[in-house]
Design a protein around this ligand. Sequence first.
Ligand code: BGP
Length: 466
Amino acid sequence: MNKFLWGSATASYQCEGGWNEGNRGETQWDNFSHHSALNINHVNGDVASDFYHKYEEDIKLLADGGQNTFRFSIAWSRIIPDGVGEINPAGIEFYNKVIDTCLKYHLVPNVTLFHYDLPKPIYDIGGWENRKTITYFVRYAQICFKYFGDRVPLWSTINEPNYYSYCSYIVGNYPPNKKLDFNAFCKSGYHLLLASARVVREYKKLNLPGRIGIVIDTSNVQTKRSDDLSMKAARKADLFYNKWVTDTVCKGYFPQQLFTLTKDSGIDLSFVKKADKPIFMSGIVDFLGLNIYSRAFIKPYTEGKTEVFMNNKGKNSKVKEGIKIKDWFETDYDPDIPRTKWGSELYPKCMYDELMDIKKNYGNILIYITENGIGEYETADKTGYVVDDERIEIMKKYICYMLKAKKEGVNVQGYYAWSTMDLYSWVNGYEKRYGLIRVDFDHDLKRIPKKSYFWYKNLILQNTEE
Ligand code: BGP
């Protein structure tokens, strides 16, 4: 793997469909999307992009687009339908076919073990709030290493433990939809990272010819002012958004300061065990996968209630997304920065700022940009072709900033566009599109490469290092 990796990414629940095929078990997202009143889009991933049936066509399209790697996740509930019991041969067979198809088309498979689709029976016992989930996850990972480890050179334990915990327990827009529950946030976050460390340790014992890391959603923290109070708030925001994960996986200790999030009620720390320390220490990752979309622009917040605001409704919403955590920080708004239709800042320089920060804090750590892109409302012409010029303009800038950081010594060795094709967006259904390839969800799920697909192909050709 000496070449720079250029590819694109997906996740099982978001693209596979086939939710009740091949003996797949139910997941927390099937349950949420089928039954929850909070599923405001009334859509689900039952069929999604139908990657389950169209994987060969999709992987070939990736290769035809000049890409040399594909990031996807394994659905735990295809490998072990109830999460804890029997192995499902049909699930093993499906991912064997996906991996072998990647290899047939000379694509490096980059596999994430957990990208949000927890098996329902594990969700029912409390999911990541329950320490038992760690043991079940380690067994699932061992099975994946046994069956696929010989052919997969890049593994990630967990996708975005920080954003997943944030949405599940603070914003409340991911199941189990708990709002401002800092106790559950800390507990599940701690368990997710402990699980990751144990899986890293298991992988290393096997001496397989690959690398293992974790995928993190990093938001470079920035402030308007640089007075002491602002700097203090920035350090706390950095801990809250990034460092509790990056410090743990790069330095081997979980920063206990996270547990002071709630000044009044405190956090029940019975989940922190002495015996965990050496596990974190032995679970240091080989690489960081960074999902970079935006920065965190913040200011101090000392008076008032802790609150959170989420824009789930896209362009129809008047809600300004953000959070206020008393004595920590609050989201600031910069009127000069353009925003997506969903209200997130479009600030490509955050790519450079974050990469330089990672280098400053963690030295020469190997980095892959495992997700980057932009969600759009899109219309196609009569032939299904989408002219996604805004995506091209933005991605061009992000990539330039990544290459600038690389030139300045950051050890970044790969870039994955989110997403390979249009797919299900967790809380925005099928309206928010990220794909380089259009999927016609209303008719026959036909794949039609967008303008950005050809632009990306050309960019890869121009940047291929021999
Ligand atoms: C990341 C997730 C992806 C994907 C992406 C876009 O946080 O890892 O799974 O969903 O964000 O997010 P959204 O679809 O919510 O805009």
